[in-house]
Design a protein around this ligand. Structure first.
Ligand code: ZN
Length: 295
């Protein structure tokens, strides 16, 4: 069992979905922005390859939330996902990035449709990777009562879609989703405030769009060290975001280089900081549950 209490635990998680994906009015699935009603995975593929290389260089095990459709497209595009993902956790990020709640589509999905969709996604991933899928992250990080009920019924071990403001009271610990009348465990994404009091998310998108610098993310980790010892601080990355912006416009070569350098800086710093350890979300959840049970 991994020792978690002595450290601030860090997870590097990837949401592997289509380039600059966006929900669309009148349909459940997501499309790539500015690709004329298509789904593009070109930037996702390049970004994922680069990130997996970096994770190998720094000997980091991560959690890969795969959208099942994207995983199939990458495989068809001759990317050996099972081999490349071997040391990492494989988790579920829906079938086709459904707008389950219908916020943009205008068509909230019925419970049985949600269930069929998630079952299909999980089956595709379990077959492709030949292992059990235990974690779920919702598209747009949006969940509701119905979805949580479905996830619990399907035997998922944890959800990782909620965001929560980081403070000492929470301490970045897993908690049951009682707010949705459920016992399903949540590994929530932290939101914090930077030195200027500005809200900051654990997604690394702002750094790729030139809105944050790498040092701010390291400061966020130092802040977490103060209040969340024994907890899990989750970073999230969209692989496509190394190459295109949220609207799907390609970054210049210099910007791509900068994005890669920024990501590498963060990973290298995380490896050097004292009192932290980087681990997969499932391994953290396992240790946390075992410890909880023995108390
Ligand atoms: Zn997504």
């Amino acid at each position: 069992m991994t020792q978690i209490n002595e450290y601030l635990n860090i997870a590097i998680s990837l949401d592997i979905d289509p380039d600059a994906n966006t929900a669309v009015e009148g349909r459940h699935d997501a499309l790539s922005a500015s690709f004329n009603g298509k789904v593009c995975i070109k930037a996702c593929k390049k970004g994922l390859q680069k990130i997996l290389e970096l994770l190998d260089v720094y000997d980091i095990e991560s959690t890969l939330f795969y959208e099942a459709r994207t995983a199939q497209m990458l495989l068809t595009d001759r990317m050996d996902l099972p081999e490349l993902s071997e040391r990492h956790e494989v988790s579920c990020h829906s079938l086709k990035h459904e707008d389950f709640l219908g916020r943009v589509s205008g068509m909230p999905m019925e419970e049985n449709h949600i269930e069929e969709t998630i079952i299909e996604a999980r089956e595709i991933l379990e077959k492709m990777f030949d292992r059990n899928i235990r974690g779920f992250r919702a598209p747009y990080t949006r969940i509701n009562h119905t979805m949580v009920k479905v996830l619990e019924r399907l035997g998922f071990q944890y959800d990782s879609s909620e965001t929560r403001t980081m403070d000492a009271e929470w301490g970045c610990k897993p908690f049951p989703l009682e707010v949705f009348d459920s016992n399903l465990l949540e590994a929530a994404l932290p939101i914090l405030h930077d030195e200027k009091g500005k809200k900051m998310s654990a997604y690394l998108w702002a750094i790729f769009e030139g809105k944050r610098v790498h040092g701010e993310h390291i400061n966020a980790v130092l802040q977490a060290k103060e209040v969340a010892k024994g907890g899990l601080f989750i970073f999230s990355i969209h692989p496509w975001h190394l190459y295109v912006d949220c609207q799907g416009n390609p970054f210049s070569r210099e910007q791509v280089k900068k994005n890669l350098a920024n990501l590498e800086y963060i990973l290298s710093q995380l490896k050097q900081l004292h009192g932290i350890q980087i681990l997969r979300q499932d391994k953290y959840m396992e240790s946390w549950s075992e410890e909880k049970g023995s108390n």
